[in-house]
Design a protein around this ligand. Structure first.
Ligand SMILES: Nc1ncnc2c1ncn2[C@@H]1O[C@H](COP(=O)(O)OP(=O)(O)OP(=O)(O)O)[C@@H](O)[C@H]1O
Ligand SMILES: [Mg+2]
Length: 416
């Protein structure tokens, strides 16, 4: 059963949580039921074929030398690789925002690099979500989502409105219909941008680092929307630096380096058993450390030793590691674990080379909530006041691990 959500004077379908809940608005974020055993499945359809793609910029930068890859219908592809290796350029070539120098890109059987190809028609099949949201600041949320449907797809205002409302409800923002983008958080703006893309019913969605401009505390809400989408069978390509996310969401991972798809495979192959040297080095540098603290006997010393080794591998300065370690000890050991005989705390440590920032995320179940700024440790409070440190906290609802609260910290490095 699909429930209804009231918005203004109208009722709209609630975000479906079970399989196969389609409705009048057409789209469903949720996977359809599996076909019966006697149904013959269609052959895998090639959605995008890229052959010998090359891009040279005027200043002789050649990010793409010879890219060859086939994307099948329903593939969810993560594209990873060091900064400057042409990941964005590849996505921009796929929807012809950047014109390739040579090579072919065949989308759903049509060579979009061929002369005379109607790019407007091709672009209707694809949506792109950018790091910087690209919403129109002078338009309200609903206008941002309705306008392209009316101008590019010729939908009536009513159809465009219904579709926009349905999608806003799906991304959890039906109450923001008449807000302007700058009245929303980054995470909310990106969810609006995703709804706007979905409103165009694209077969393929290209995401270029959809969460990298967001505060750490907002990354999760946008990732959840993309994860739901990934289950709909839509073809998706996502450039991301978040390896955990790439691992969970995609069926294939492309590692780009040296102007080519240097290595590709399943997330397990690329992250756990990379075959080539460059891939191995890259993946090693992006590993996330995760810990579960579910006993008061948790071995904090062993964790600290691992942190040191992690820091050495990633060339993170000792001073920053000390700060991280102090934060973990104060938040987890001295406070949250102290509140209960059966603590349940999930700690994640991640380093972003691009932003030169070390992230700490602590999720936990507890009757009492720990507010970092109310800590009794003077050293910890001094740490919070440093301009290179940031802290945020939030209450969680429907967390897959059953956690109730989350504290996020980040430690930047600024050279004196
Ligand atoms: N319009 C342009 N003109 C000239 N050079 C460009 C242009 N766009 C990108 N480049 C260069 O092409 C290379 C690849 O850029 P691209 O943005 O595709 O890399 P990326 O892998 O997406 O990097 P990042 O992870 O930092 O986003 C870079 O050296 C970049 O400076
Ligand atoms: Mg990029």
């Amino acid at each position: 059963m699909v429930g209804l959500v009231k918005c203004g004077d109208q009722l709209y379908p609630r975000i479906p949580t079970a399989a196969g809940t389609n409705n009048a608005c057409g789209a469903s974020l949720v996977k359809q039921d599996k076909p019966a055993a006697n149904v013959i499945l269609p052959r895998v359809k090639r959605m995008i074929e890229i052959r010998h793609l090359r891009k040279e910029f005027d200043d002789n930068t050649i990010p793409l030398k010879d890219v060859n890859v086939t994307i099948n219908n329903g593939d969810v592809i993560s594209i990873i690789g060091p900064s400057g290796t042409g990941k964005s350029t590849l996505l921009r070539c796929i929807n012809m925002l950047t014109e390739p120098t040579s090579g072919e890109i065949i989308v759903d059987g049509q060579d979009i690099t061929a002369r005379g190809c109607n790019l407007n028609e091709v672009r209707k099949k694809m949506g792109m979500v950018f790091q910087s949201f690209n919403l129109f600041g002078h338009l309200t949320v609903i206008e941002n989502i309705m306008n392209p449907q009316i101008t590019l797809l010729g939908r009536s205002r009513q159809e465009a409105f219904d579709k926009a409302m349905y999608l806003l409800t799906q991304v959890g923002l039906a109450t923001k219909v008449f807000s302007y983008p700058d009245e929303l958080s980054g995470g909310q703006q990106q969810r609006i941008a995703i709804a706007r893309t979905l409103a165009m019913d694209p077969d393929i969605i290209l995401f270029d680092e959809p969460t990298s401009a967001l505060d750490p505390s907002m990354i999760g809400e946008v990732q959840s929307v993309i994860k739901l989408l990934a289950k709909t069978g839509r073809t998706m390509m996502i450039v991301t630096h978040e390896m955990d996310f790439a691992r969970k969401i995609s069926n294939r991972v492309l590692f780009m380096a040296d102007g080519v798809i240097y290595e590709e495979g399943t997330p397990k192959q690329i992250f756990d058993h990379p075959q080539k040297e460059l891939t191995r080095k890259f993946v090693q540098r992006l590993t996330t450390l995760s810990y579960k603290i579910d006993s008061t006997e948790f071995d904090f010393e062993a964790m600290n030793e691992e942190l040191q080794a992690y820091g050495e591998k990633l060339l993170i300065e000792a001073e920053r590691l000390t700060k991280l370690s102090l934060a973990i000890e104060e938040i987890c050991i001295n406070n949250i674990a102290n509140y209960s005989d059966n603590p349940f705390i999930l700690v994640k440590i991640e380093y972003s080379e691009k932003q030169d920032t070390l992230y700490l995320s602590v999720k936990y179940k507890a009757e009492e909530h720990f507010t970092p700024r109310e800590s009794e440790s003077k050293l910890f409070l001094l740490l919070l006041d440093e301009p290179t440190t940031s802290v945020s906290e939030k209450k969680l609802t429907d967390d897959p691990d059953g956690c109730e609260y989350q504290i996020d910290m980040s430690f930047k490095w600024v050279e004196e």
